[in-house]
Design a protein. Structure first.
Length: 410
């Protein structure tokens, strides 16, 4: 089950060269298990055929107000009522203008007036049109009514111009819809998440590292953004794409990771230390590639200071969540790290299990909290574990708020 499973998304396609990208948007939405209903303006049909979108959405495509009037049902009202969200992509200057002024002279604009669900517009047009004061005003009107605008991207436009006006990547539009349909309980939270391994150089071509891929930390960052948080992700070397909406700070070594974390720490309201930070680094980094030696070699390692206790000592009302990667005595080791690092809770995983820990999409974790509570999850996807950790963060915030109001009233 993904966040869009069983949601009904109505995609409104307007006339414009970017209409062809609506096909990819519809494909991604159906792949995310959403029920997709497409409606098209007359001009949109000049750029892409209803048949294409019908095949990809696995539903008939609504092309004008009257063909939808079937039996006793009024089609445009039904489309508006059944939608969990509506996205207009691409949104032309014409439809933006009509919607801003409450006009309803075709199917798309009529559905928009009849809808009570969240609505997003993804404008795409020539840069001069996008920058025209009339369009700017119309977009501002839509925003003032709570309609989300997925900003167009900048780049080469089909009309030959360069500038803002390209339809954003369909995958980005899907992310915006996902956030729109998620609960926004983390609004106001500023999450600093660390993720991935670190690499400690031996020489210019070799390094010491670990098996972390960053999947767990990236999943937490993604889930937190979807739930309304501002998220900064300090990531060691990882092939994973940056989660949409998240600011990524790339680092390589433990020193860089800990330095970036300390620098951003004052900004955050919650630190999630999911990175697998190296505990040792080569005592000397050779300036040139080491030559092979038939006698072998001894690599001297020096310890890396754990900066987490120093950070938590100045945490104030921030929440600090640590991770523990263990291969034995999971709970005892986790409880010990919780105390040593002065964490609010620690998420421990047995990295020797094939279905948990490094490089897999699932995890089984034991969460040990500073108040003594413990829970072990069944096998879940890392996205689900990410959401669960954020649920525990919000429970802790709720307990603190209750304590705070009790103290204030006594
Ligand atoms: N951590 C850190 N700085 C380090 C090492 C670890 O901030 N130099 C953080 C990790 O990001 C994690 C927690 O401390 O949140 C526990 O990491 P882990 O590697 O499990 O534990 P260690 O403290 O390294 O202890 P040990 O190696 O004995 O298991």
């Amino acid at each position: 089950m993904g966040p869009l499973s069983d949601k009904t998304i109505v995609v409104g396609v307007c006339g414009g060269i970017a209409a062809y990208k609506a096909a990819e948007l519809v494909r991604l939405l159906t792949a995310a298990e959403a029920r997709v209903r497409v409606m098209m303006t007359r001009n949109a049909q000049e750029f892409i055929t209803p048949l294409t979108l019908q095949t990809l959405s696995m539903n008939t495509v609504a092309t004008d107000t009257f063909s939808l009037t079937q039996e006793s049902e009024i089609g445009h009202i039904r489309l508006a009522d059944t939608a969990d969200a509506i996205v207009i992509a691409p949104a032309s200057a014409d439809v933006i203008g009509k919607a801003a002024h409450g006009l309803a002279d075709d199917l798309v604009t009529t559905v928009l007036l009849a809808a009570r669900c969240p609505i997003a517009f993804a404008p795409a047009m020539n840069v001069h049109m996008y920058e025209h004061p009339a369009v700017i005003e119309n977009i501002a009107r839509l925003q003032a009514r709570g309609i989300r605008i997925v900003e167009p991207a900048a780049g080469a436009l089909a009309c030959g111009y360069e500038g803002r006006g390209r339809l954003p990547e369909p995958a980005f539009i899907v992310e915006e819809l996902t956030q729109m349909l998620s609960r926004h309980d983390l609004e106001g939270e500023r999450l600093l998440v660390t993720a991935g391994p670190t690499q400690e150089a031996i020489d210019p071509v070799r390094f010491v590292s670990n098996r972390s891929t960053g999947k767990m930390g990236f999943a937490i960052a993604r889930a937190a953004w979807r739930r309304g948080a501002s998220v900064r992700l300090v990531a060691g070397p990882s092939a994973l794409p940056t989660p949409y909406g998240v600011e990524r700070i790339e680092v390589v070594s433990a020193a860089e990771l800990l330095g970036a974390t300390a620098r951003i720490f004052p900004w955050c309201s919650t630190l999630v230390m999911a990175a697998a930070v190296a505990d040792f680094r080569p005592a000397n980094r050779a300036a040139h590639k080491l030559k092979k030696n038939p006698k072998g070699m001894v690599l001297e390692l020096t310890a890396i200071m754990d900066e987490l206790p120093r950070l938590t000592a100045q945490k104030g009302d921030r929440v600090v969540i640590g991770f523990a990667a263990e291969t034995e005595d999971l709970e005892a080791n986790a409880a010990d790290k919780l105390q040593r690092k002065m964490l609010d809770f620690i998420v421990a995983n047995d990295v020797s299990r094939p279905d948990a820990g490094f490089a897999v999409d699932t995890n089984v974790v034991t969460i040990v909290a500073a108040d003594g509570q413990r829970e072990t999850t069944p096998r879940l996807s890392k996205d689900e574990v990410g959401d669960l950790i954020l649920d525990r963060l919000m429970s802790l915030r709720a307990v603190r708020a209750k304590l705070g109001s009790r103290l204030a009233s006594s």
